[in-house]
Design a protein around this ligand. Structure first.
Ligand code: ASP
Length: 448
């Protein structure tokens, strides 16, 4: 059977198991479309605002609950994971494999994105539509974001080292947090037996946060329903038809990544059964789609991977790092979006500049935050120096913002999937994948 069919079946199986979440997703999309149509017809009616307010409350409550467990979960997972790896050789092997696989899929993503953008030419003839859609209010926010990104690349990197780890923990900046925890955990592994009390403390923290995650997942269906409905209602689907080529390029690229690139990586570098593995992470994929936040989905990806056979050692090392640094779908989106804008404004891009866009997209995406719209902010880094005037930059940027939410949902789903795929491949390579658990139907009853 063709690989993409197998994946679709696997997702179908995953969805069947979690029918309630899938139902929430579909019902949210339908309600969102109805609300948008209603709002366009009766702009002054307060009914829309009341329903939107209630749904927004439910959706935000769900996201905040998951966010609540991220820091204790990441902290405890990495400390236990690295201290259980112990020897430097294995840590090095995990690290090298991780960088290699993430690089392969990121390069594939930007190559596919560039090819599609150059073949489809999504930006031709849409300049006036861009001007019309980029609201003045958004332009102000965007100008600030562009100004913030202007800093030299080295400054962006230096800021990733947390001068004050407590401040990073308090503000939830994921990359500095991860850097601090990893250094702390490696040191802890090196001090020997004396680390026992701290490691057992974090083992308890980890177990408790996983329990909390299980509980929060009971709210996944209403949460995803509310999030999807509010996202679609403020966006509508009419924009799809106005810039259909833009969405076409992005969605075709995402489909190639999901149905071809990830399976090839699994087939070439491991013996992980593609169909089964996609079924194993279907819940996480749906929650990634609904929340548009990789960080918020992290607890669930860890749960799916661990409960279905990947060792804690690998999950706790690779997943938190992947979720904070690997954004292959975001990189692909950034390449397409930047080429879209240059095409819209009639700017010719030389081959060398295309290479520059592709490389910068990988860098910019990996410094982005795993939150809704995180990938839009760092696009400024890629857009700079391509010849757009400051007004065009702000306008184009504000436009991308305005039509981003649905694209964001898809790319988050992919970002999460690639994190899990790379984790599975590394686990297979390092004999850290329990195939009995992966194939045992019992392990699918848990979680949600
Ligand atoms: N929302 C995406 C994520 O969390 C990041 C992005 O905006 O591309 O993975």
């Amino acid at each position: 059977m063709k690989l993409h069919m197998q994946i679709l079946i696997a997702l179908g199986l995953g969805i069947k198991r979690n029918g309630h979440i899938f139902l929430g997703l579909i019902a949210g999309i339908v309600l969102g479309i109805v609300m948008h149509a209603f709002h366009s017809a009766h702009e002054t009616s307060s009914v829309y605002n009341i329903i939107y307010g209630v749904l927004n409350f439910i959706g935000q409550a769900f996201i905040r609950l998951i966010q609540m467990v991220i820091i204790p979960l990441v902290f405890s997972a990495i400390v236990i994971g690295i201290s259980s790896i112990g020897d430097n050789k294995q840590l090095g092997a995990f690290g090298i494999k991780m960088v290699t696989y993430y690089t392969i899929i990121s390069i594939a993503a930007v190559v596919i994105g560039t090819t599609l953008a150059l073949a489809i030419h999504p930006g031709d003839g849409v300049q006036s539509f861009i001007s019309e859609k980029s609201a003045a209010a958004t332009q102000q926010i965007v100008s600030q974001a562009i100004a913030d990104q202007k800093g030299h690349l080295s400054e962006i990197f230096i800021n990733l080292i947390p001068a004050n780890p407590m401040e990073a923990l308090a503000t939830g900046e994921m990359i500095p947090i991860i850097i601090f925890i990893m250094i702390f955990a490696i040191a802890l592994a090196k001090v020997g037996e004396i680390n026992r009390p701290v490691v057992s403390f974090f083992e308890s923290v980890f177990a408790a946060t996983m329990k909390v995650t299980d509980g929060i997942m009971y709210l996944a269906a209403p949460g995803i329903f509310a999030l999807t409905a509010t996202a679609i209602s403020s966006f509508g689907l009419s924009v799809f038809t106005s810039i259909s080529k833009y969405f076409l390029a992005i969605l075709v690229g995402f489909a190639i990544q999901l149905f071809i690139v990830y399976p090839i990586l699994m087939k070439v570098f491991s013996k992980v059964p593609v169909r089964l593995f996609f079924a194993a992470i279907a819940e996480a994929m749906m929650v990634g789609f609904g929340t548009a936040s990789s960080s918020a989905t992290l607890p669930l990806v860890i749960a799916c991977c661990e409960k279905r056979g990947i060792s804690h050692k690998v999950c706790s090392f690779v997943l938190p790092l992947g979720v904070t640094l690997n954004f292959d779908a975001t990189a692909m989106f950034q390449v397409i979006a930047v080429l879209f804008l240059t095409q819209a404004y009639g700017i010719t891009v030389e081959p060398l500049q295309i290479l520059q866009i592709a490389v910068l997209a990988i860098v910019a995406s990996s410094t982005c935050a795993g939150i809704p719209g995180g990938g839009i902010i760092t696009i400024a880094l890629v857009l700079n120096g391509l010849g757009l005037t400051p007004t065009q930059m702000v306008e184009g940027f504000a436009f991308l913002f305005a039509v981003d939410r649905i694209v964001d949902m898809f790319r988050t789903m992919l970002n999460i999937t690639s994190d899990a795929v790379v984790t599975a491949v590394i686990a297979d390579n390092e004999n850290e994948l329990n195939y009995d658990m992966l194939t045992n139907v019992e392990s699918y009853k848990d979680i949600i």
